[in-house]
Design a protein around this ligand. Structure first.
Ligand code: LMR
Length: 336
């Protein structure tokens, strides 16, 4: 993979420098991601590509590689740092392995009560402070894109904490998600998104968590008999670029891309809820998965069972970061 990444890095360097000299060839920006085109992130990436082309009068060509066709989760971060790809939008749960553990604050169970509370963070000073931490890794954070709140799925109903005991749950590469699953008594397994469907199908894992748009577009509902609309945590994205690449862009091109990103972010955040609602309808219609909405009392049980994760993860995420987010959202697990 390393050799492939390096040759791609060279190829992309040529693509960029050619565009600087020869007027005919557009500058190519490779935007890699792991979900289907027909998802909030997939649609926002396509929207960005379209607007970047229009606003730059065709001087920039954004090539979107969806569904892990170019890189899987872990590889894409390496590829971005190497310059083999210029733009990504990894979920906020995937920045820990990069060394920016503070992003795992977004994974804390129940920390956001709704999208308005979330936006206070992603569109305010705390969100900016977090994006700024990426600079030290050679990465510039451009925006946050919404997906939505996660549901649990498995082949058995997951309602009360006791139902989770011993269940093998696929998670993203976040220590907070690991702690959340352990707090519920389940057995977390980190796995690339591209491998989840097969792992569920073959029983390598029993269940998982994701917003419904991800579940449905990967056909996970075909191999998961039960879905609990628990909304126990949030999944969204940071759109990131290779800093050297971004800083090296001609000022006018960068301004065009910033405008395209601004519009794409508005678009992403506008469509995310509707995409998830449509996916939920489609899952219900498929008849393959029983959808369960927990009662307020059941949700409270899940909250109580996972509340300790906030304290446990203080040493990893940083007390100040957790408190800064809790201050915006008003959620205090100690008061449950
Ligand atoms: C996952 O791995 O479950 C998600 O991060 C996929 C995505 O990018 O939405």
């Amino acid at each position: 993979m390393k050799r492939r990444a390096i040759s791609l890095a060279l190829a992309s360097l040529f693509a960029v420098s050619f565009a600087g000299t020869a007027s005919a060839a557009p500058m190519v920006i490779k935007f890699s991601h792991v979900v289907a085109n027909d998802t909030p992130k997939g649609k926002a990436a396509e929207f960005f590509a379209k607007r970047a082309g229009e606003l730059s009068n065709g001087n920039v060509k954004v090539e979107v590689y969806a569904n892990s066709t170019l890189y899987k989760d872990k590889e894409e971060m390496e590829a971005l740092q190497l310059g083999a790809v210029q733009m990504l939008a990894p979920s906020l749960a995937k920045f820990g392995p990069l060394g920016v553990k503070e992003f795992e604050v977004f994974d804390l169970p129940f920390i956001f009560g709704n999208t308005a509370e979330l936006h206070k963070v992603t569109q305010g000073p705390v969100g900016k402070m977090l994006l700024d931490k990426l600079e030290a890794k050679g990465i510039r954070g451009l925006a946050y894109w919404d997906n939505g709140f996660k549901s649990f799925s498995a082949n058995k109903p997951l309602k009360a904490p006791a139902d989770f005991r011993g269940v093998k749950m696929r998670i993203q590469s976040s220590k907070v998600l690991e702690a959340q699953m352990r707090a519920l008594g389940s057995l977390p397994q980190v796995m690339a998104f591209s491998e989840v469907y097969q792992a569920l199908q073959t029983g390598v894992v029993d269940g998982t968590e994701n917003p419904i748009s991800n579940l449905y577009t990967q056909k996970m509902h075909e191999v998961q008999k039960h879905l609990t609309l628990s909304e126990h945590g949030y999944l969204g994205y940071a759109v990131i670029v290779n800093k050297k690449f971004w800083d090296g862009l001609p000022t006018d091109v960068r301004a065009q891309l910033e405008q395209a990103m601004k519009e794409a972010t508005e678009h992403a955040n506008k469509i995310a809820q509707a995409e998830n609602d449509a996916a939920l309808d489609a899952v219900r219609k498929s008849g393959k998965t029983t959808v369960y909405t927990p009662t307020p009392a059941e949700r409270l049980e899940l909250m109580k069972a996972t509340a300790k994760v906030h304290k446990e993860m203080e040493s990893r995420i940083g007390k100040e970061t957790i408190e800064a987010v809790q201050k915006e959202t008003g959620f205090d697990p100690a008061k449950l």
